[in-house]
Design a protein. Sequence first.
Length: 99
Amino acid sequence: MFKHIFLISGFTLILCGCFGKSKEEKWTAFIYPDKENNKKNIKSPMTFPSIEECKKSSILEIKKQNLENIAIFKCGLNCKYHDGMKIEICQEMLSSNDK
């Protein structure tokens, strides 16, 4: 009897975990006009639902500002501003050099 209750409970937990809502991804673009200076960047005022859209928007903005030869970009996942450290903290950060 307890064995069946334990199995049913375990199976229910597994199903809940599989079908639970996944956390929404919000990607933020950071453009560095001078790839030699990683202290100064331009943060996108909007977020993107995917890394692909973040990359695409960053590349278009770099071309729009005629910075193709000197700028790089990074895309950050679920970034939050940290008041104490005065920087954006992201769960993951991918640069234009990453594939």
